[in-house]
Design a protein around this ligand. Structure first.
Ligand code: GUN
Ligand code: ZN
Length: 433
């Protein structure tokens, strides 16, 4: 479907490469203040330029605002919007007390469809245009999510959650039915428009060895499938996995042995890993989704990003709502800075924002499509106010250096700064005026 060509004017910022750790003046940053971002009639980036484009372009003037590639949230649970901000529990109690009861409701197709629509609209209203998402064990919840993403034109990676033990009634599948559901969903959605399927093992404790083997077989049969799961989040969880899988060298090894670690695997958390695990991750090409808000909220621990860099595996940033307490990627990254500070490390705004845009895209093998303003990528673009409210306004009166500005923006802003979100060049969120 063809539409008019669109040009957005504002302060353009994206990344052309991976910024070095700790470097404030990074050649990987492409900042083009008061430039035009050109979006062609197919919703693709057609270039950036300093001078005003000709009359064939429809113009949107966002002078004095920040224009970024839409954020990519690499780990988030759609049904857990319903339990965000639940009081007082570590992971395993939190799952049983809040999360599993909330997820049971998603057996209802009407509720699943309402939930999927509300979730994706909430992502867009937070400046997140692509995500790697857990629905529930129910096939209908995955269908609802794929359909809702399709109708919004969004890049979405998801898959029915696999869990056949250690979960309440109404929240378990079995190996044979789960395999049939996966095969059907893969046929209907994987590689359709901007959708991709992830073999979604909730985590090692809720899958039998037979189910893990089935998940591995799906991956071997089709190397284009993603994997999403959790690993080494919480110490009690790690001990439980050691008891359940005595033959595995480590928690990560449970997945490695089944062939679930590969370049399209996204593992949330990865806090309690050892050196051997880190080397296995680097060798496999899998990425870890760092979920600082969740890790702090559930008291899980402090992720070692510097250790990840030394080992050489990719790290993206993720909200992990409802363990995390906000869908805002700025809030997530601001929490990430504080987690690294606790380890005596300093997360630059560049490393952080890259992890939520181009870095995540590269980790997912989607850099030809999302994460930056390169020619021909799809125009998933968000326009932000630099400062909103008296505190941020005061800070931006003083800020001079580019890193200083972006760091203050990352630390002080949130979804209230969002003006508009475009998905493949179409407006999908507009702040009410
Ligand atoms: N581990 C297994 N399931 C979950 C979940 O829903 N959230 C988090 N944070 N960790 C998990
Ligand atoms: Zn999670």
């Amino acid at each position: 479907t063809s539409r008019s060509k669109l040009a957005l004017r504002g302060d353009l910022l994206d990344f052309t490469a991976s910024p070095a750790w700790g470097q404030l003046d990074s050649p990987a940053v492409r900042f083009q203040p008061d430039h035009w971002l050109l979006i062609d009639e197919y919703g693709r980036i057609a270039g950036t330029q300093g001078q005003e484009p000709d009359a064939s372009w429809t113009k949107q003037d966002h002078r004095g605002r920040l224009i970024l590639p839409g954020f990519i949230d690499t780990h988030v649970h759609a049904p857990q919007l319903d339990v965000i901000a639940s009081y007082g529990a570590e992971l395993l109690d939190w799952l049983n007390t809040y999360t599993f009861p909330a997820e049971q409701r998603y057996a209802d197709p009407a509720l699943a469809r309402r939930g999927a629509a509300r979730f994706l609209d909430a992502l867009l209203a937070h400046g997140t245009t692509s995500a790697v998402v857990f629905p529930t064990v129910h096939k209908v919840s995955a269908e609802a999510l794929f359909e809702a993403a399709r109708s919004r034109g969004m890049r979405l990676i998801a898959g029915k959650v696999l869990m056949d033990r250690h979960a309440p009634d109404g929240l378990r599948d079995d190996v044979a039915q789960a395999e049939r559901d996966c095969v059907d969903l893969i046929q209907r959605f994987h590689g359709q428009e901007r959708l991709a399927y992830a073999v979604t093992v909730r985590f090692a404790p809720t899958s039998t060895p037979a189910q893990l083997a089935m998940a591995g077989a799906l991956c071997r049969a089709d190397a284009s499938l993603y994997v999403q799961t959790h690993v080494a989040e919480n110490r009690s969880e790690v001990e439980w996995v050691a008891r359940l899988f005595p033959a595995a060298r480590s928690y990560l090894d449970v997945y490695a042995r089944e062939g679930l670690l590969h370049p399209r695997a996204v593992l949330a958390h990865g806090i309690w890993l050892d050196e051997a695990d880190r080397a296995v991750l680097a060798e496999s090409g899998a990425q870890v989704a760092f979920c600082p808000s969740s890790n702090l909220f559930l008291g899980s621990g402090l992720f070692d990003w510097v250790g990840a860099r030394a080992a050489g595996f990719a790290v993206s940033a993720a909200s992990d709502v409802g363990g995390g307490t906000s869908l805002s990627m700025q809030r997530t990254l601001a929490d990430g800075y504080k987690v690294q500070a606790m380890a005596g490390q300093r997360l630059t705004a560049w490393v952080a924002l890259h992890a939520a845009t181009r870095g995540a895209a590269e980790g997912l093998g989607l850099q030809h499509e999302i994460g930056h303003f390169g020619l021909g990528t799809l125009a998933d673009v968000c326009v932000w106010d630099w400062a909103r409210g008296p505190v941020a306004e005061a800070r931006f009166e003083v800020a001079r250096e580019l890193h200083e500005k972006l760091f203050a923006w990352m630390t002080l802003s949130d979804e209230r700064n969002l003006v508009t979100s475009l998905v493949a060049g179409r407006t999908r969120y507009q702040r009410p005026t």
